[in-house]
Ligand binder design. Structure first.
Ligand SMILES: Cc1cc2nc3c(=O)[nH]c(=O)nc-3n(C[C@H](O)[C@H](O)[C@H](O)COP(=O)(O)OP(=O)(O)OC[C@H]3O[C@@H](n4cnc5c(N)ncnc54)[C@H](O)[C@@H]3O)c2cc1C
Length: 565
């Protein structure tokens, strides 16, 4: 037909939500959906194109392999899922893609808790006496008397939540926690009207709060985000939750979906940054969309799916029906979530010197900016423990203010915010990059995916001061004076553009159960849809990215639910 749009669906953003939506549109039955009508008009399959600004699919799933340990997969972005609770991602990994997975080890009694300059072990966290915190007498008595799985001061948070909402643990057990949290009132107001920290502060001593937040590992889990959503998120990170990881790296999930999407006729265009978009009249009646890219090219479509987080949307031009001033309601709604900076740095050592301190696997903690230290498992199935004399990887992982500590050691222009004037490089100097040791010969990557993972690693070289400082903090927390220097290092600061943060959390006073569906269509009647982790009720997880993609597919476009094998 003359004047057909270039594509039926344009997807912007090749993170997990974008590539998943593309795969679903081309590989699932269309039923009596809108895309089914578009297929009829074309008298053939619909045309779906995915536009990704960077040169890879995966977004915040970023797996990497150092040439020095080519059989071991590091995770610079998302790393694990909660099975079977996270239904969409568990089904996708284990039943659709059938990727090999393993359980992740986190809590180990012999691991370290280096707090306020004191080297303790995880098991010491079970009683308040040796801990360098000023608990109230009543908190100390409760901590000393308690039994049960959570033997760290972070249980104080759970204690306050249980007092305010007596059914919280029973409903968690029953798998109906969210429904309960959405209905419960605290102080005469719905839970979502409260800030999480505000609620905790009333029921904890100041230092009890610090102890709890410190020992949970993530500062954002004690923050002042929406109390409904953060209570739900908190219980994803308490001791006893079991996590699974994909053996080949979490990026294998978007990679596999990309292969299937392209095999089904989907088109992926890399290096294409969307700049802005607006309405475009279609010859056959309904309103379509004209997309404008930074390289000056134009694409018309029947519908556009923005599969990207808050900051990426805010970097688009504030023009057109959806993003322009006539739709202020949407611009304000964008601010209903806050992006949480996250930082990961992997150091590769020629020997596992930390094993002298009695630690081999799982996670250690500290209140220094490195916050969480994972003794990264080695080998292709992700469960190996290297011998002390063998090379090994440590992963440091932190959030919020700690991220600014590390980004201060990284002033390269390309990692700065877009708001910085591009010509202003002479105002700041560049830190030298960490001098990675030359790669051994024998580790040439075997296939395209392996080559991608090596590129991901080498493309995220840390700076020399960042590595030096991390090495110092690691020695300090393990109580050693000397250790071999790292030979390789890779990092990612997710606060940088176009992400603006690693994960998102709802702000107080927004009811996410109502906001989430609303955000999937920013303007009534206009064929622009939005999905991704940022505006979901499973924030901080891939599950949230898939959840909102399914809302767009099923509720907005009318596709049938995913059929599982
Ligand atoms: C350090 C870290 C740890 C995490 N840990 C876990 C975990 O263990 N388990 C878990 O389930 N989740 C975890 N997450 C969260 C998980 O990674 C995300 O929820 C998920 O990957 C987000 O997918 P998305 O599709 O919503 O967006 P993204 O992955 O952010 O994808 C957005 C894409 O859009 C592209 N883009 C942006 N702007 C434009 C434009 N203008 N034009 C074209 N393309 C554009 C970007 O380049 C990117 O590829 C973690 C995240 C981080 C950062």
């Amino acid at each position: 037909m003359a004047n057909e749009p270039d594509v039926d669906v344009a997807i912007i953003g090749g993170g997990i939500s974008g590539i998943y939506a593309g795969w679903r549109l081309l590989a699932s039955p269309l039923g009596s959906s809108q895309p089914a009508e578009w297929a009829q008009k074309r008298d053939g399959p619909i045309k779906v194109a995915l536009f990704e600004g960077s040169d890879r699919i995966g977004g915040r799933l970023l797996s990497g392999r150092s040439p020095h340990m080519a059989d071991t997969t590091a995770e610079l972005g998302g790393m694990r899922y909660v099975a079977p609770a996270q239904k969409l991602v568990t089904a996708l990994v284990e039943r659709v893609l059938r990727l090999p997975f393993h359980e992740q080890v986190v809590a180990v009694d012999a691991n370290i808790a280096f707090l306020r300059g004191r080297l303790l072990r995880s098991r010491d966290l079970a009683s308040p006496a040796p801990l360098p915190f000023w608990f109230s007498p009543e908190e100390a008595a409760w901590l000393a008397a308690r039994t049960g799985p959570d033997q760290t001061p972070s249980a104080l948070i759970q204690r306050v939540l249980t007092r305010l909402m007596p059914d919280v643990l029973a409903r968690l057990q029953a798998g109906t926690l969210r429904e309960y949290l959405a209905s419960v009132q605290v102080g005469g107001l719905p839970l979502w009207r409260h800030g999480f920290w505000n609620l905790l502060a009333e029921g904890m001593s100041p230092d009890g709060y610090v102890a709890a937040r410190t020992t949970i590992g993530y500062d954002c889990l004690g923050g002042n985000s929406n109390a409904l959503d953060l209570t739900a998120a908190f219980f994803d990170f308490v001791p006893g939750v079991s996590y699974r990881m994909v053996n080949d790296g979490y990026e294998a999930v978007p990679w596999q979906l990309q292969q299937r999407f392209q095999q089904a006729g989907g088109e992926v265009r890399f290096g294409t940054w969307l700049e802005g978009f607006g309405a475009h009249g279609l010859a056959d009646g309904p309103q379509g969309v004209r997309l404008r890219f930074r390289d000056g090219s134009d694409v018309t479509a029947r519908a556009v799916i923005l599969a990207m987080p808050r900051r990426s949307i805010e970097l688009l031009r504030p023009e057109g029906e959806v993003l322009g001033p006539s739709n202020m309601a949407f611009r304000q709604a964008l601010a209903s979530v806050t992006a949480i900076p996250l930082f990961k740095l992997f150091l590769l050592y020629p020997q596992c010197w930390w094993q002298q301190a009695g630690v081999t696997k799982g996670r250690s903690l500290t209140d220094m900016p490195l916050r969480q230290c994972y003794y990264w498992p080695s080998g292709p199935d992700g469960t190996g423990v290297p011998k002390p004399s063998e090379p090994g990887l440590l992963m440091a992982y932190d959030d919020l203010l700690n991220v600014s500590f590390w980004s201060g050691l990284d002033t390269r222009r390309e990692v700065q915010k877009a708001s910085r004037h591009p010509g202003a490089t002479h105002h700041h100097h560049h830190w030298p990059l960490f001098p990675r040791s030359p790669a051994p010969e024998a580790t040439a990557p075997g296939d395209e995916y392996a080559a991608l993972l090596q590129r991901n690693w080498t493309g995220h070289t840390a700076t020399a001061p960042m590595v030096r400082e991390m090495h110092r903090q690691l020695m300090l927390m393990h109580g050693v004076d000397t250790a071999p220097e790292p030979i390789d290092a890779a990092y990612m600061d997710w606060g940088r553009d176009p992400y603006g943060g690693g994960v998102h959390l709802w702000n107080p006073n927004f009811f996410s159960d109502e906001m989430m569906p609303r955000m999937t269509q920013p303007l009534d009647g206009f064929p622009c849809y939005l999905c991704g982790e940022a505006y979901s009720t499973n924030q901080t997880w891939v599950e949230g990215a898939l959840q909102t993609a399914e809302i767009v597919l099923q509720k907005r476009l009318g596709l049938p639910a995913l059929e599982l094998p």
